[in-house]
Design a protein around this ligand. Structure first.
Ligand code: NAD
Length: 352
C-alpha cells in the first residue's frame, strides 16, 4: 500500500508493535501503538491484501504515528495507534477471525482501542467486541464514522478555499474526488449541494456508474486524474498519492481530502507543494471527524456536539494555514508543530 524504501523504524518512536498470528482462523495482523502520551492509543483496523508483510508493517507504523498527531491536534485525550489485518476483505473475513483479533486487542489491556478503517465495517467490529471491550464504532452506538469524517473534510476544504481565495464558497469550483467509498460518497453530498463541479475516480466500476448518474458528474480513469484541470484535489482512497510521479503534474491549487498519509514523503512533498503555492490542508487534521466520533462513543457525547467538534476543523485549518504563511513553512510542518506542542505539554504534565 505504501512505498517502504525510506522508512527508519526506530526513528518513528513507536511504544510497541504486536504481531498477531492464528493458524486456525488464518488471522495475520499487526497492531502498532505509537503513543499513549495523550491517552489510550486509538485508531482503526484496516484489512488489506498487502503485497508483502513489510508493506503491511510500514503502513501500520505510518498510520499509527499519524493517529498520534491527529488525536493531539484535535485536542482529544487519546494517543495514536492502528492495526492492519493482512488479507482480502472480500473473501477472507469470518466471525472467528475477528473474535481472535479482539483477543489480541484485549491483550494490550486498553492501551490500544480499535475502530473501523478501510475494508472493515461495524458488523466486523461487533465480532471484535465479543472478545474485547476496547472497541468503538459498534452498530447501535455511534457506528460508521464516515459521515462525520466527510463533514470535517468538507469544512477543512472550505477553510483552505477561504485562506487561498478569501471566500469559502465551493459553488462552481472544480473538485476531483478520488475514491467514492464510505467517506467519498458523503463528501459528494456536501459538494453537490454547494454547486461544485465534480469529477470522480474509482477502481470500483459499479460504484462509479451509480454515482455518475446520481450526481451528474464526470468520471476519470484512476491513471488520468493527475493530468486533469481542477481547483481542488480531494484524495479519498489510499495514501501516498502525492509523490514524485504525480506532484509535478498536479494542476490544482488546493489539496484537501480524507485519505491518511497523502504525502508519500511528508518533508519532501510538503515542501514542494508549499513552493509551488498549492495549499495542502493536512490530512490528519481535516479527516479527524471519524476519530471524534469514536471519542464521542467512548465518552457518551451526543451527535450534535460531535458535529460541532468536527465543524471546528474549519478554524483549526485556518490557524494552521495562517501559521504556515507567517512562518514561511509547509502546512504539513505547521500542523506537526502544533501537534508536537500538545504532546510535549502532556509529557511535561506527566513528569511534574
Ligand atoms: P473505503 O474503502 O470505503 O473507500 C475507498 C474507495 O477508494 C473505494 O471505493 C475504492 O474502490 C477506492 N479506490 C481504491 N484504490 C483506488 C484508486 N487507485 N483510485 C481510485 N479509487 C480507488 O474507505 P473510506 O472509509 O471511504 O476511507 C477513505 C480514506 O479515508 C482512507 O484512506 C481512510 O484511511 C481515510 N479515512 C477514513 C475515515 C473514515 O471515517 N472512514 C476516517 C479518517 C480517514
Amino acid at each position: 500500500m505504501n512505498d517502504n524504501s525510506s522508512i527508519n523504524f526506530f526513528n518513528m518512536n513507536h511504544e510497541k508493535i504486536l504481531f498477531c498470528q492464528d493458524k486456525k482462523t488464518g488471522l495475520k495482523a499487526i497492531i502498532a501503538v505509537h503513543s499513549t502520551v495523550c491517552g489510550p492509543a486509538l485508531g482503526g483496523t484496516r484489512m488489506w491484501k498487502y503485497s508483502d508483510d513489510q508493506s503491511a508493517l510500514t503502513d501500520v507504523m505510518r498510520l499509527s504515528r499519524g493517529m498520534t498527531y491527529k488525536n493531539a491536534i484535535s485536542g482529544l485525550n487519546l494517543g495514536g495507534g492502528k492495526a492492519v489485518i493482512i488479507g482480502d476483505s472480500k473473501t477472507q473475513k469470518s466471525p472467528e477471525l475477528f473474535i481472535k483479533f479482539g483477543e489480541f486487542v484485549n491483550s494490550l489491556a486498553g492501551s490500544y482501542i480499535t475502530a473501523e478503517d478501510v475494508g472493515i465495517n461495524p458488523e466486523d467490529m461487533l465480532h471484535v467486541s465479543k472478545s474485547t471491550k476496547h472497541v468503538t464504532g459498534l452498530p447501535g452506538k455511534k457506528g460508521d464514522p464516515s459521515p462525520i469524517t466527510a463533514y470535517g473534510v468538507y469544512m477543512g476544504m472550505k477553510a483552505a478555499l477561504k485562506f487561498h481565495k478569501g471566500n469559502d464558497s465551493l459553488n462552481g469550483k472544480k473538485v476531483l474526488v478520488q475514491g467514492i467509498g464510505h467517506v467519498g460518497l458523503y463528501l459528494l453530498e456536501y459538494l453537490h449541494k454547494e454547486g461544485a463541479i465534480i469529477t470522480i475516480s474509482d477502481i470500483n466500476k459499479e460504484a462509479v456508474k451509480n454515482t455518475v448518474s446520481k450526481y451528474n458528474c464526470k468520471f476519470l480513469e484512476p491513471n488520468d486524474i493527475y493530468d486533469a484541470e481542477m481547483d481542488i484535489y480531494a484524495p479519498c482512497a489510499l495514501g501516498a498519492t502525492v509523490n514524485n510521479n504525480t506532484i509535478e503534474k498536479l494542476k490544482c491549487s488546493i489539496i484537501a481530502g480524507a485519505a491518511n498519509n497523502q504525502l508519500m514523503d511528508e518533508d519532501v512533498h510538503g515542501k514542494i507543494l508549499f513552493d509551488k503555492g498549492i495549499v495542502y490542508a493536512p490530512d490528519y487534521l481535516i479527516n479527524a471527524g471519524g476519530v471524534m466520533n469514536c471519542y464521542a462513543e467512548i465518552h457518551g457525547i451526543n451527535n450534535k456536539k460531535v458535529m460541532e467538534m468536527a465543524g471546528e476543523i474549519y478554524n483549526t485549518t485556518l490557524d494552521i494555514l495562517n501559521k504556515s504563511k507567517k512562518e514561511n513553512i509547509p502546512t504539513s510542518l505547521a500542523a506537526n508543530k502544533i501537534a508536537e506542542k500538545r504532546i510535549n505539554m502532556e509529557l511535561e504534565k506527566r513528569i511534574n
